[in-house]
Design a protein around this ligand. Structure first.
Ligand SMILES: [Zn+2]
Length: 138
């Protein structure tokens, strides 16, 4: 094993991720190569200088897993179709219709004009005809 291949495998060697044969090859090279041994020592020193993960409070993992399970459950969309929603909307529409009809039927009836009395619309129409005739005549 040469220095270039050891440098590629050195981090994995320090993490004990190599299989038996590769690990033995790197270890053998480190015993004979001062430069690679120094590189390995530097990596070990850097790893030792980095603090490990902060300790977590008791029950943290359980709470985190519960929250992740809660968030992973699908939520109901705001405007999803549900039969009970349709029934509720139809019921409300029927209630509004009944109330509107009750108000309309119980309210004061509009005055009816006498049969021989000209209606207001006939008055307006005849007035308009007169105005149009006046405009054409002048
Ligand atoms: Zn080397």
């Amino acid at each position: 094993m040469n220095c270039a291949s050891v440098k590629k495998e050195l981090q994995a060697y320090l993490d004990h991720e190599l299989d038996g044969q590769a690990e033995q090859a790197v270890a053998a090279h480190l015993t004979s190569c001062c430069a690679c041994r120094d590189q390995a020592a530097l990596l070990k020193a850097i790893r030792a200088a980095i603090p490990g993960p902060a300790p977590v409070s008791a029950g943290f993992t359980a709470r985190l897993q519960a929250k992740l399970r809660q968030r992973s459950q699908p939520r109901e969309p705001l405007w999803s179709f549900r039969p009970w929603k349709l029934a509720l909307a139809a019921s409300l529409a029927c209630c509004l219709l009944v109330v509107a009809l009750a108000v309309r039927l119980s309210g004061p009836q509009p005055p009816r004009s006498a049969p021989d009395e000209p209606s207001r619309w006939q008055d307006v129409a005849s007035t308009d005809r007169c105005l149009v005739a006046d405009c054409k005549g002048s």
